[in-house]
Write a protein of this length. Structure first.
Length: 226
């Protein structure tokens, strides 16, 4: 099995505190704007939250498909020579950088969020037009817009997506990353964003970040000796 598919959801899960800081307020606010009957029913609330997050994950998968396809183009031009090794090395280095970012030791990585600002300025009004979210279907559509919110962590993962060498591989890679973030963001929705208090705690972020960086170093060493 492709080890990247194992690493992607782990990175998503361990980046949960970053996700809380970035998206916890959004999902908390959305919970408060849901119809009263949805907020009063745990099954209905779960349906809305799953719809939000399914839309978000599908957006990640779509972006991953584009970057995976770009990787396939590079491999086709190169003929499968050095390009395979270089793309895998890049993915490993990016994983280390993500770990350091989660730990709070590489804040400069947040600067890549500016790349997505022009696209977000066009999409954000579409999201506003879907409010208030009155049905799970609208929640799915809103989540699909929300998934394009500029995020340095998501962009860093996309840089690694071409190493999956195909559109399908890139989509699976980014989809698994998104699914890794799901448990914490679902919890944030049920608690109306109150889990954000954990986002400022340094120790869990440091441990999670160092774990991701260690996974990246392991991949880097494994790729380097092949």
């Amino acid at each position: 099995m492709n080890t990247a598919y194992l690493i992607a959801p782990v990175v998503g899960l361990l980046s949960a505190l970053h996700c809380l800081g970035m998206c916890g307020g959004i999902i908390g606010a959305l919970t408060f704007t849901l119809p009263a009957h949805a907020r009063a029913s745990a099954p209905l609330l779960l349906a809305y939250l799953l719809a939000y997050n399914l839309g978000r994950v599908l957006s990640y998968a779509l972006a991953g498909a584009v970057f995976g396809w770009l990787g396939a183009v590079v491999l086709a031009v190169d003929g499968g020579g050095w390009a395979v090794w270089l793309l895998r090395m890049l993915a490993a280095v990016v994983t280390v950088a993500i770990g350091l970012y989660i730990a709070g030791w590489l804040p400069v990585l947040a600067l890549v969020e500016r790349v997505g600002d022009p696209l977000w300025r066009r999409l954000e009004p579409l999201g506003r037009a879907l409010l208030p979210v009155a049905t799970p279907w609208r929640a799915l559509l809103y989540g699909s817009v929300w998934g394009w919110l500029p995020c340095g962590l998501v962009y860093a993962m996309l840089i690694a997506a071409p190493a999956q060498s195909s559109a399908v591989g890139g989509a699976v890679y980014m989809g698994l990353f998104g699914l890794g973030t799901l448990p914490v963001l679902l919890g944030a929705g049920f608690l109306a964003g109150r889990l954000r208090i954990f986002a400022g705690r340094r120790a869990p972020r440091t441990v999670g970040g160092l774990t991701v960086a260690a996974l990246g170093l392991f991949t880097l060493m494994s790729t380097g000796i092949q």
